[in-house]
Design a protein around this ligand. Structure first.
Ligand SMILES: [Zn+2]
Length: 77
């Protein structure tokens, strides 16, 4: 018996990765810690949804850094 496909479909609950609380598969936030939950993975844990806000902050800080470097080294040219 080697049917490992669609293992995720066997779960009726998904565990929060932050606090290990069981949540329903339909939940998008953890009932306990209120963190965002994605789909269930093959281990029965909720996948962390992609954090666009953190990504945007990261991009913005890189832009600020580049602008600062440009300002610091090239403004007197
Ligand atoms: Zn949680």
């Amino acid at each position: 018996m080697g049917t490992q496909k669609n293992l995720a479909n066997q779960f009726s609950m998904k565990k929060c990765r932050d606090c290990s609380t069981d949540n329903t598969l339909a939940a998008d936030v953890c009932v306990s810690c209120k963190k965002k939950l994605g789909d269930v993975d093959v281990q029965g844990y909720a996948i962390r949804p992609f954090d666009y806000k953190a990504y945007a902050v990261g991009i913005a800080s890189v832009i600020v850094f580049v602008v600062y470097m440009w300002w610091a080294f090239f403004r007197e040219a």
